[in-house]
Ligand binder design. Sequence first.
Ligand SMILES: NC(=O)c1ccc[n+]([C@@H]2O[C@H](COP(=O)([O-])OP(=O)(O)OC[C@H]3O[C@@H](n4cnc5c(N)ncnc54)[C@H](O)[C@@H]3O)[C@@H](O)[C@H]2O)c1
Ligand SMILES: [Zn+2]
Length: 366
Amino acid sequence: MKVLITGGAGFIGQRTALLLLEQGHQVSILDNLSPVVHGQPPSLPAGIEVIQGDVRKREDWSRALKDREVVMHLADHHDYLPSYSKMLEVNAVGTALLLELLAEGNTAVRRLVLGSTVAVYGEGRYRCPQDGDVYPLPRRPQALERGIWDPPCPKCGGAITPMITDESGTLRPTSAYGLSKLAQEDLTRMVAERHAVDWVILRYAAVQGGTQPFQNAYVGALRIFALRLALGRPPQMLEDGNQLRDFVHVGDVARANVAAAEQLPVGIYNVAGGKAQTVLDLARTLMRVAERDLVPETPGCYRSGDPRHVIPDISRIKAAGWEPQMGLESMAREYWQWLQRQGDLEAYFEGADHLMQRTGTVRFIR
Ligand SMILES: NC(=O)c1ccc[n+]([C@@H]2O[C@H](COP(=O)([O-])OP(=O)(O)OC[C@H]3O[C@@H](n4cnc5c(N)ncnc54)[C@H](O)[C@@H]3O)[C@@H](O)[C@H]2O)c1
Ligand SMILES: [Zn+2]
Protein backbone atom coordinates (compact mmCIF):
# COMPACT_ATOMS: atom_id res chain seq x y z
CA MET A 1 0.00 0.00 0.00
CA LYS A 2 1.01 3.61 -0.48
CA VAL A 3 0.75 5.14 2.96
CA LEU A 4 1.06 8.78 4.01
CA ILE A 5 1.89 9.36 7.67
CA THR A 6 1.35 12.90 8.86
CA GLY A 7 3.54 13.75 11.84
CA GLY A 8 5.68 10.88 10.54
CA ALA A 9 8.87 12.44 11.90
CA GLY A 10 7.45 12.29 15.42
CA PHE A 11 7.82 9.75 18.17
CA ILE A 12 5.00 7.40 17.15
CA GLY A 13 5.15 8.27 13.45
CA GLN A 14 8.81 7.28 12.95
CA ARG A 15 8.34 3.96 14.65
CA THR A 16 5.24 3.27 12.58
CA ALA A 17 6.94 4.31 9.34
CA LEU A 18 9.74 1.81 9.96
CA LEU A 19 7.34 -1.02 10.64
CA LEU A 20 5.27 -0.24 7.54
CA LEU A 21 8.46 -0.24 5.45
CA GLU A 22 9.42 -3.61 6.92
CA GLN A 23 6.02 -4.95 5.94
CA GLY A 24 6.68 -3.92 2.35
CA HIS A 25 4.54 -0.80 2.16
CA GLN A 26 5.52 2.44 0.46
CA VAL A 27 5.76 5.23 3.01
CA SER A 28 5.81 8.99 2.73
CA ILE A 29 5.47 11.50 5.53
CA LEU A 30 4.09 15.01 5.85
CA ASP A 31 5.64 16.84 8.76
CA ASN A 32 6.59 20.43 9.45
CA LEU A 33 9.58 19.16 11.48
CA SER A 34 8.48 21.43 14.31
CA PRO A 35 11.51 22.68 16.27
CA VAL A 36 9.62 22.39 19.59
CA VAL A 37 9.31 18.67 19.08
CA HIS A 38 12.54 17.92 17.34
CA GLY A 39 15.17 20.39 18.45
CA GLN A 40 17.25 19.44 15.44
CA PRO A 41 15.78 17.90 12.30
CA PRO A 42 15.40 14.14 12.86
CA SER A 43 17.33 11.68 10.74
CA LEU A 44 14.79 9.51 9.00
CA PRO A 45 15.56 6.14 7.44
CA ALA A 46 16.22 5.87 3.73
CA GLY A 47 13.27 4.79 1.66
CA ILE A 48 10.86 7.22 3.26
CA GLU A 49 9.83 10.23 1.22
CA VAL A 50 9.75 13.32 3.41
CA ILE A 51 7.40 16.13 2.49
CA GLN A 52 8.07 19.11 4.71
CA GLY A 53 4.79 20.89 5.08
CA ASP A 54 2.08 22.01 7.43
CA VAL A 55 -1.29 20.37 7.98
CA ARG A 56 -2.74 23.86 8.27
CA LYS A 57 -1.97 24.45 4.59
CA ARG A 58 -4.25 23.08 1.94
CA GLU A 59 -1.55 23.06 -0.74
CA ASP A 60 0.74 20.97 1.49
CA TRP A 61 -2.02 18.40 1.95
CA SER A 62 -2.62 18.34 -1.82
CA ARG A 63 1.03 17.65 -2.49
CA ALA A 64 1.24 14.95 0.14
CA LEU A 65 -1.97 13.13 -0.79
CA LYS A 66 -0.92 12.49 -4.39
CA ASP A 67 -1.51 8.75 -5.18
CA ARG A 68 -1.75 7.78 -1.47
CA GLU A 69 -4.16 4.95 -0.61
CA VAL A 70 -3.97 5.12 3.17
CA VAL A 71 -3.56 8.20 5.33
CA MET A 72 -2.40 7.79 8.90
CA HIS A 73 -3.00 11.14 10.53
CA LEU A 74 -0.69 11.59 13.54
CA ALA A 75 0.46 15.20 13.18
CA ASP A 76 -0.75 17.27 16.06
CA HIS A 77 0.03 20.08 18.40
CA HIS A 78 -0.09 19.19 22.06
CA ASP A 79 1.18 20.89 25.14
CA TYR A 80 0.14 21.93 28.59
CA LEU A 81 0.41 25.61 27.86
CA PRO A 82 -2.73 27.59 27.07
CA SER A 83 -2.13 27.49 23.30
CA TYR A 84 -5.79 26.72 22.68
CA SER A 85 -6.05 28.38 19.30
CA LYS A 86 -2.97 26.65 17.92
CA MET A 87 -4.19 23.30 19.22
CA LEU A 88 -7.50 23.76 17.43
CA GLU A 89 -5.88 25.07 14.28
CA VAL A 90 -3.41 22.21 13.90
CA ASN A 91 -5.61 19.42 15.23
CA ALA A 92 -9.16 20.32 14.27
CA VAL A 93 -8.73 22.65 11.28
CA GLY A 94 -5.81 20.57 9.96
CA THR A 95 -8.03 17.48 9.96
CA ALA A 96 -10.89 19.44 8.39
CA LEU A 97 -8.62 20.41 5.48
CA LEU A 98 -7.68 16.79 4.88
CA LEU A 99 -11.35 15.81 4.94
CA GLU A 100 -12.27 18.59 2.51
CA LEU A 101 -9.79 17.20 0.02
CA LEU A 102 -11.13 13.68 0.50
CA ALA A 103 -14.68 14.94 0.04
CA GLU A 104 -13.72 16.57 -3.26
CA GLY A 105 -13.00 13.05 -4.46
CA ASN A 106 -9.72 13.71 -6.30
CA THR A 107 -7.59 11.38 -4.22
CA ALA A 108 -7.00 7.61 -4.17
CA VAL A 109 -7.41 7.46 -0.39
CA ARG A 110 -9.57 4.55 0.71
CA ARG A 111 -8.62 4.26 4.36
CA LEU A 112 -8.01 6.84 7.06
CA VAL A 113 -6.38 6.04 10.39
CA LEU A 114 -6.52 8.69 13.09
CA GLY A 115 -4.15 8.69 16.05
CA SER A 116 -6.38 9.89 18.87
CA THR A 117 -6.12 9.66 22.62
CA VAL A 118 -7.84 8.39 25.73
CA ALA A 119 -7.89 12.08 26.76
CA VAL A 120 -11.21 12.27 24.90
CA TYR A 121 -12.82 10.40 27.82
CA GLY A 122 -11.63 12.85 30.45
CA GLU A 123 -12.32 11.08 33.73
CA GLY A 124 -14.00 8.12 32.09
CA ARG A 125 -16.26 5.70 33.92
CA TYR A 126 -16.72 5.50 37.69
CA ARG A 127 -19.09 3.52 39.88
CA CYS A 128 -21.33 5.21 42.45
CA PRO A 129 -22.90 3.00 45.13
CA GLN A 130 -26.17 4.88 44.63
CA ASP A 131 -26.20 5.83 40.97
CA GLY A 132 -24.32 2.99 39.27
CA ASP A 133 -22.10 3.91 36.29
CA VAL A 134 -21.33 7.62 36.10
CA TYR A 135 -19.00 9.85 34.08
CA PRO A 136 -17.69 12.67 36.30
CA LEU A 137 -17.31 16.24 35.11
CA PRO A 138 -13.84 17.79 34.85
CA ARG A 139 -12.57 18.52 38.35
CA ARG A 140 -13.19 22.07 39.54
CA PRO A 141 -10.28 24.43 40.27
CA GLN A 142 -11.82 25.17 43.69
CA ALA A 143 -11.48 21.50 44.68
CA LEU A 144 -7.97 21.08 43.27
CA GLU A 145 -6.77 24.22 45.06
CA ARG A 146 -7.76 22.56 48.31
CA GLY A 147 -6.04 19.29 47.47
CA ILE A 148 -9.28 17.37 46.88
CA TRP A 149 -8.14 15.07 44.12
CA ASP A 150 -10.95 12.60 43.59
CA PRO A 151 -13.88 13.74 41.44
CA PRO A 152 -17.32 13.48 43.07
CA CYS A 153 -20.34 11.65 41.65
CA PRO A 154 -21.90 14.01 39.07
CA LYS A 155 -25.36 12.98 40.33
CA CYS A 156 -25.27 12.73 44.14
CA GLY A 157 -21.91 14.37 44.90
CA GLY A 158 -20.76 11.31 46.88
CA ALA A 159 -17.54 9.25 46.67
CA ILE A 160 -17.07 7.07 43.58
CA THR A 161 -14.67 4.36 42.42
CA PRO A 162 -12.76 4.54 39.10
CA MET A 163 -13.61 1.78 36.63
CA ILE A 164 -12.22 0.61 33.33
CA THR A 165 -13.58 2.63 30.35
CA ASP A 166 -14.39 1.11 26.97
CA GLU A 167 -14.90 2.82 23.63
CA SER A 168 -18.60 3.45 24.26
CA GLY A 169 -17.77 5.58 27.32
CA THR A 170 -19.13 9.12 27.58
CA LEU A 171 -16.67 11.64 26.14
CA ARG A 172 -15.96 14.53 28.46
CA PRO A 173 -12.42 15.85 27.84
CA THR A 174 -10.80 17.76 30.69
CA SER A 175 -8.34 19.65 28.46
CA ALA A 176 -8.33 21.73 25.28
CA TYR A 177 -6.08 19.04 23.80
CA GLY A 178 -8.75 16.40 24.49
CA LEU A 179 -11.39 18.66 22.97
CA SER A 180 -9.33 19.23 19.85
CA LYS A 181 -8.80 15.47 19.46
CA LEU A 182 -12.50 14.84 19.91
CA ALA A 183 -13.22 17.34 17.13
CA GLN A 184 -10.78 15.39 14.93
CA GLU A 185 -12.54 12.14 15.74
CA ASP A 186 -16.06 13.40 15.08
CA LEU A 187 -15.12 15.06 11.80
CA THR A 188 -13.21 12.01 10.63
CA ARG A 189 -16.05 9.64 11.31
CA MET A 190 -18.69 11.85 9.77
CA VAL A 191 -16.88 12.78 6.57
CA ALA A 192 -15.20 9.41 5.96
CA GLU A 193 -18.53 7.62 6.23
CA ARG A 194 -20.22 10.07 3.92
CA HIS A 195 -17.56 9.53 1.26
CA ALA A 196 -17.12 5.77 1.66
CA VAL A 197 -13.59 5.97 3.05
CA ASP A 198 -12.78 3.31 5.66
CA TRP A 199 -11.80 4.86 8.96
CA VAL A 200 -10.12 3.60 12.12
CA ILE A 201 -9.68 5.72 15.21
CA LEU A 202 -7.07 4.57 17.72
CA ARG A 203 -7.22 6.08 21.20
CA TYR A 204 -3.74 5.71 22.65
CA ALA A 205 -2.99 5.78 26.37
CA ALA A 206 0.30 7.37 27.56
CA VAL A 207 2.87 6.14 25.03
CA GLN A 208 6.37 5.44 26.32
CA GLY A 209 9.67 4.36 24.85
CA GLY A 210 13.33 5.24 24.40
CA THR A 211 13.74 7.80 21.62
CA GLN A 212 10.87 9.78 23.11
CA PRO A 213 11.93 13.39 22.70
CA PHE A 214 12.39 14.92 26.11
CA GLN A 215 12.64 18.45 24.75
CA ASN A 216 8.86 18.45 24.78
CA ALA A 217 7.52 18.86 28.32
CA TYR A 218 4.28 17.25 27.26
CA VAL A 219 5.69 13.75 27.19
CA GLY A 220 4.96 13.22 30.81
CA ALA A 221 5.79 11.29 33.88
CA LEU A 222 8.52 8.88 32.81
CA ARG A 223 10.48 11.70 31.22
CA ILE A 224 10.36 14.03 34.15
CA PHE A 225 11.06 11.30 36.72
CA ALA A 226 14.01 10.00 34.74
CA LEU A 227 15.41 13.50 34.22
CA ARG A 228 15.17 14.20 37.94
CA LEU A 229 16.81 10.89 38.86
CA ALA A 230 19.61 11.48 36.39
CA LEU A 231 20.23 14.86 38.07
CA GLY A 232 20.24 13.22 41.51
CA ARG A 233 16.82 14.57 42.55
CA PRO A 234 13.92 12.48 43.82
CA PRO A 235 10.87 12.09 41.56
CA GLN A 236 8.18 14.64 42.34
CA MET A 237 4.54 13.61 42.31
CA LEU A 238 1.71 15.73 41.02
CA GLU A 239 -1.31 15.44 43.35
CA ASP A 240 -0.66 12.53 45.75
CA GLY A 241 0.87 10.13 43.23
CA ASN A 242 -2.09 7.75 43.45
CA GLN A 243 -3.47 8.67 40.04
CA LEU A 244 -4.01 5.57 37.95
CA ARG A 245 -2.48 5.61 34.50
CA ASP A 246 -1.96 3.12 31.74
CA PHE A 247 1.29 3.06 29.79
CA VAL A 248 1.85 1.49 26.42
CA HIS A 249 5.09 1.02 24.54
CA VAL A 250 5.65 2.85 21.27
CA GLY A 251 6.54 -0.43 19.53
CA ASP A 252 3.17 -1.86 20.54
CA VAL A 253 1.45 1.30 19.29
CA ALA A 254 3.28 1.01 15.95
CA ARG A 255 1.94 -2.56 15.59
CA ALA A 256 -1.59 -1.33 16.29
CA ASN A 257 -1.11 1.41 13.67
CA VAL A 258 0.03 -1.08 11.05
CA ALA A 259 -2.94 -3.33 11.84
CA ALA A 260 -5.23 -0.31 11.47
CA ALA A 261 -3.68 0.61 8.11
CA GLU A 262 -3.93 -2.95 6.83
CA GLN A 263 -7.03 -4.60 8.12
CA LEU A 264 -8.68 -3.59 11.40
CA PRO A 265 -12.45 -3.37 10.94
CA VAL A 266 -13.81 0.19 10.77
CA GLY A 267 -14.28 1.54 14.28
CA ILE A 268 -12.74 3.00 17.41
CA TYR A 269 -10.17 1.13 19.50
CA ASN A 270 -8.41 1.91 22.76
CA VAL A 271 -4.69 1.13 22.55
CA ALA A 272 -3.15 0.75 26.00
CA GLY A 273 -1.04 -1.54 28.13
CA GLY A 274 -4.14 -3.05 29.71
CA LYS A 275 -2.71 -2.63 33.21
CA ALA A 276 -3.47 0.44 35.29
CA GLN A 277 -0.71 1.55 37.65
CA THR A 278 -0.31 4.51 39.92
CA VAL A 279 2.13 7.25 39.03
CA LEU A 280 3.91 6.41 42.27
CA ASP A 281 4.36 2.82 41.00
CA LEU A 282 5.92 4.22 37.87
CA ALA A 283 8.38 6.29 39.95
CA ARG A 284 9.27 3.28 42.11
CA THR A 285 9.76 1.05 39.10
CA LEU A 286 12.07 3.60 37.53
CA MET A 287 14.05 4.03 40.76
CA ARG A 288 14.54 0.27 40.93
CA VAL A 289 15.70 0.13 37.33
CA ALA A 290 17.99 3.14 37.80
CA GLU A 291 19.25 1.82 41.15
CA ARG A 292 18.49 5.14 42.84
CA ASP A 293 17.22 4.84 46.35
CA LEU A 294 15.36 8.11 46.90
CA VAL A 295 12.06 9.02 48.51
CA PRO A 296 9.52 10.40 46.02
CA GLU A 297 8.34 13.90 46.96
CA THR A 298 4.74 15.03 47.14
CA PRO A 299 4.94 18.83 47.27
CA GLY A 300 1.19 19.34 46.78
CA CYS A 301 0.99 20.49 43.19
CA TYR A 302 -1.28 19.62 40.34
CA ARG A 303 -1.59 20.31 36.65
CA SER A 304 -4.73 21.93 35.28
CA GLY A 305 -6.53 19.74 32.79
CA ASP A 306 -5.25 16.39 34.05
CA PRO A 307 -7.86 13.74 34.74
CA ARG A 308 -7.56 11.95 38.08
CA HIS A 309 -7.51 8.43 36.64
CA VAL A 310 -7.21 6.93 33.16
CA ILE A 311 -8.04 3.23 32.80
CA PRO A 312 -8.80 2.21 29.21
CA ASP A 313 -10.38 -1.13 28.36
CA ILE A 314 -8.49 -2.87 25.53
CA SER A 315 -10.82 -5.84 25.03
CA ARG A 316 -11.98 -4.66 21.61
CA ILE A 317 -8.56 -4.41 19.97
CA LYS A 318 -7.47 -7.64 21.68
CA ALA A 319 -10.43 -9.39 20.11
CA ALA A 320 -9.19 -8.04 16.76
CA GLY A 321 -5.80 -9.72 17.29
CA TRP A 322 -3.56 -7.05 18.87
CA GLU A 323 -1.95 -7.38 22.27
CA PRO A 324 0.58 -5.23 24.12
CA GLN A 325 3.93 -6.98 24.53
CA MET A 326 6.02 -4.65 26.66
CA GLY A 327 5.45 -4.13 30.38
CA LEU A 328 6.16 -1.13 32.58
CA GLU A 329 9.52 -2.33 33.89
CA SER A 330 10.96 -2.90 30.41
CA MET A 331 9.64 0.48 29.31
CA ALA A 332 11.31 2.16 32.28
CA ARG A 333 14.59 0.34 31.61
CA GLU A 334 14.61 1.27 27.96
CA TYR A 335 13.92 4.92 28.73
CA TRP A 336 16.53 5.08 31.46
CA GLN A 337 19.20 3.56 29.22
CA TRP A 338 18.33 5.96 26.44
CA LEU A 339 18.51 8.96 28.75
CA GLN A 340 22.03 7.99 29.82
CA ARG A 341 23.19 8.64 26.28
CA GLN A 342 21.77 12.20 26.12
CA GLY A 343 23.65 15.37 27.01
CA ASP A 344 22.67 18.67 28.60
CA LEU A 345 19.89 17.26 30.76
CA GLU A 346 20.01 20.21 33.15
CA ALA A 347 19.06 22.64 30.38
CA TYR A 348 16.02 20.61 29.35
CA PHE A 349 14.94 20.24 32.90
CA GLU A 350 15.14 23.96 33.62
CA GLY A 351 13.63 25.08 30.32
CA ALA A 352 10.50 23.07 29.83
CA ASP A 353 9.42 22.52 33.39
CA HIS A 354 9.81 26.05 34.62
CA LEU A 355 7.80 27.21 31.66
CA MET A 356 4.89 25.13 32.92
CA GLN A 357 5.06 26.79 36.31
CA ARG A 358 5.44 30.29 34.90
CA THR A 359 2.33 29.90 32.78
CA GLY A 360 0.29 28.58 35.70
CA THR A 361 -0.17 25.12 34.21
CA VAL A 362 1.33 23.51 37.29
CA ARG A 363 -0.08 25.00 40.50
CA PHE A 364 0.37 24.41 44.20
CA ILE A 365 -2.43 23.79 46.68
CA ARG A 366 -3.18 26.63 49.07
N1 LIG B 1 2.73 10.25 22.79
C1 LIG B 1 1.64 9.98 23.48
O1 LIG B 1 1.71 9.60 24.65
C2 LIG B 1 0.29 10.07 22.82
C3 LIG B 1 -0.82 9.69 23.58
C4 LIG B 1 -2.07 9.78 23.01
C5 LIG B 1 -2.22 10.23 21.69
N2 LIG B 1 -1.11 10.60 20.99
C6 LIG B 1 -1.33 11.09 19.59
O2 LIG B 1 -0.43 10.43 18.73
C7 LIG B 1 -0.06 11.30 17.67
C8 LIG B 1 1.46 11.32 17.54
O3 LIG B 1 2.01 11.73 18.78
P1 LIG B 1 3.58 11.71 19.06
O4 LIG B 1 3.74 11.34 20.49
O5 LIG B 1 4.28 10.93 18.02
O6 LIG B 1 3.89 13.25 18.95
P2 LIG B 1 5.18 13.98 18.34
O7 LIG B 1 5.08 15.38 18.83
O8 LIG B 1 6.41 13.22 18.59
O9 LIG B 1 4.88 13.95 16.79
C9 LIG B 1 3.99 14.82 16.17
C10 LIG B 1 4.59 15.24 14.85
O10 LIG B 1 3.70 16.16 14.23
C11 LIG B 1 4.50 17.17 13.63
N3 LIG B 1 3.69 18.38 13.53
C12 LIG B 1 3.31 19.23 14.52
N4 LIG B 1 2.58 20.23 14.03
C13 LIG B 1 2.50 20.03 12.69
C14 LIG B 1 1.89 20.75 11.63
N5 LIG B 1 1.24 21.90 11.86
N6 LIG B 1 2.01 20.26 10.38
C15 LIG B 1 2.69 19.12 10.14
N7 LIG B 1 3.28 18.39 11.11
C16 LIG B 1 3.19 18.85 12.36
C17 LIG B 1 5.68 17.35 14.54
O11 LIG B 1 6.79 17.93 13.86
C18 LIG B 1 5.95 15.92 14.99
O12 LIG B 1 6.89 15.29 14.15
C19 LIG B 1 -0.66 12.65 18.00
O13 LIG B 1 -1.80 12.85 17.22
C20 LIG B 1 -1.05 12.55 19.47
O14 LIG B 1 -2.20 13.30 19.75
C21 LIG B 1 0.13 10.53 21.52
ZN1 LIG C 1 -23.94 9.13 42.96
